[in-house]
Design a protein around this ligand. Structure first.
Ligand SMILES: [Zn+2]
Length: 152
């Protein structure tokens, strides 16, 4: 729940900043707002908007910035721990590119530095994007106690 709330909060903040940037571009090119220009009418001699090209390129750059921002937010949230929201560390390669049938498909495993879980990301994507596999760990102290009791 905390993971999804953090993702929604990041998207909300980014959306607010991008809306402010859009508002700034619209104010900067106020005379170039082509949606308010209806053309010359018999009763009024409205002038065509100025700098429509600059307005269009600014909106194009803003839309590219928005797409990049959303991509960065999603990429960042995919590599965070689902429990404590810290960045996952220690990437370990599993499987083999040359022995897929014997060893398994190549994967990269990331682990939470506090032991909350492991994220397995497939490096080989044959049938489209596969969702990373998050496996939560149990409490490491419980596991250590069980290990100690099994030795006795
Ligand atoms: Zn964690």
């Amino acid at each position: 729940m905390r993971y999804w709330a953090y993702l929604v909060a990041k998207l909300t903040v980014a959306g607010a900043i991008l809306l402010l940037l859009r508002k700034a571009v619209v104010l900067l090119f106020k005379s170039a707002d082509i949606y308010q220009y209806v053309g010359p009418t018999p009763f009024s001699r409205a002038t065509p908007p100025h700098n429509v090209l600059g307005y269009g390129f600014s909106m194009l750059a803003l839309s590219l910035l928005a797409a990049g921002t959303v991509w960065l937010i999603l990429w960042d949230s995919r590599t965070r721990c689902r429990t404590c929201l810290r960045r996952l560390r220690m990437p370990v390669g599993r499987g083999s590119w040359s022995h897929i049938l014997l060893v398994g498909r190549p994967k990269t495993e990331y682990i939470c530095p506090y032991g909350h879980g492991t994220l397995r990301v497939d490096n080989l994507q044959l049938d489209g994007g596969e969702t990373p596999d998050w496996r939560p760990h149990e409490d490491i102290w419980t596991e250590l106690r069980a290990l100690e009791e099994s030795k006795k």
